[in-house]
Write a protein that binds this ligand. Structure first.
Ligand code: ADP
Length: 304
């Protein structure tokens, strides 16, 4: 019996029946069709003959072309190579209930993606709690499983690319347009840096364009929270799963500046309209894993 696209090699140790494998050939995560996958319908040409109702033959895309299209789109997503292994299954929600809820929110976001117009997500929390891990997992799943187009950008990197573009006579529009127009965009490390007037103007251009388009979904990560509590008091902030207080060790995460302080009220109010805020907390996973956790750390294995 011949093996077609609909009869994948589930036992393939490389792709486990997914038809594609991910690699990091040059600092970017790239997807390619797995060697186990042979389309018996088109023989790999991507096109097949078909006939219309009058018996006239024409060429049409083979059903396997959808897979190639998805992988092409994935390969244009600009995902840095360090996210090769990043996916929902490799996220272990240690630390707090908030992180469990954040994982569930992220998974549900993918699951429900077609069913209703989605608002975006804004993952907030201390460095190393897995905000980027979840944002990247969402993007990968949407691109590879749902065939959605999308891109990833580290906001700091984008600013640096724009500056570099000036020296090559490239306008800022030429650099930011692919990100402005991406149906799904992950902006990592929102508000990192000095947030000069120029930096905020660049951010405003992206956010305003995406906000006005109304059919674009944006997922952000930031080390800043949306609210500072009074000492000793706990406040619940917008749309959050978590209570924060200044006594909480996590309060030290970005000094006392809020996200609104960093980006200004205009951008902040757009963010609040475009996104659901998802709070995460806990120790820096990198440090925990390296066994160099801070004194408040309880180690990666401990359940909270
Ligand atoms: P953040 O964006 O919150 O600063 P990252 O998502 O970049 O943190 O996480 C830093 C590193 O730790 C990454 O390699 C990430 O995959 C890993 N990591 C963070 N939290 C977890 C977790 N709960 N389970 C597995 N890996 C994690």
């Amino acid at each position: 019996m011949t093996r077609s696209r609909t009869q994948p090699e589930k036992n393939c140790k490389d792709c486990r029946g997914q038809h594609y494998v991910l690699k990091n050939p040059a600092g970017r995560v790239q997807a390619e069709i797995c060697a186990c996958f042979q389309c018996e319908i088109c023989g790999g040409r991507g096109q097949v003959f078909a006939e219309d109702e009058t018996g006239v033959s024409f060429m049409r895309a083979c059903e396997c072309a959808g897979l190639k299209k998805r992988l092409d789109s994935f390969n244009n997503a600009n995902l840095p190579g360090k996210y090769l292994e990043t996916q929902f299954d490799t996220y272990h929600p240690i630390g707090s209930q908030a992180n469990k809820l954040a994982l569930k929110t992220a998974r549900d976001f993918v699951k429900d993606f077609e069913q209703k117009p989605q608002s975006g997500l804004l993952f907030m929390g201390t460095p190393g709690v897995g905000k980027t891990h979840l944002a990247v997992s969402i993007l990968k799943a949407l691109l590879l499983e749902k065939g959605v187009n999308g891109k990833f950008i580290d906001f700091f990197q984008l600013l640096s690319d724009i500056r570099h573009g000036y020296s090559q006579d490239l306008s800022e529009q030429a650099i930011i347009n692919p990100f402005v127009h991406a149906p799904v965009l992950v902006i990592d490390e929102l508000a990192k840096g000095r947030n000069t007037e120029w930096e905020l103007t660049m951010l405003d251009q992206i956010i305003s364009n995406r906000y006005n388009a109304a059919d674009k979904v944006t997922i952000f990560t930031t080390n800043y929270t949306d609210e500072v509590s009074e000492p000793g008091h706990k406040k619940k902030s917008k749309d959050t799963h978590v209570e924060f207080s200044r006594n909480d060790a996590s309060r030290s995460w970005a000094g006392e500046e809020t996200l609104e302080d960093k980006v200004g009220d205009r951008i902040f109010s757009r963010l609040a309209e475009m996104c659901r805020f998802v709070k995460m907390e806990g120790d820096d996973f990198r440090r925990s894993m390296a066994g160099k956790s801070s004194p408040r750390s309880s180690g990666p294995g401990k359940k909270h």
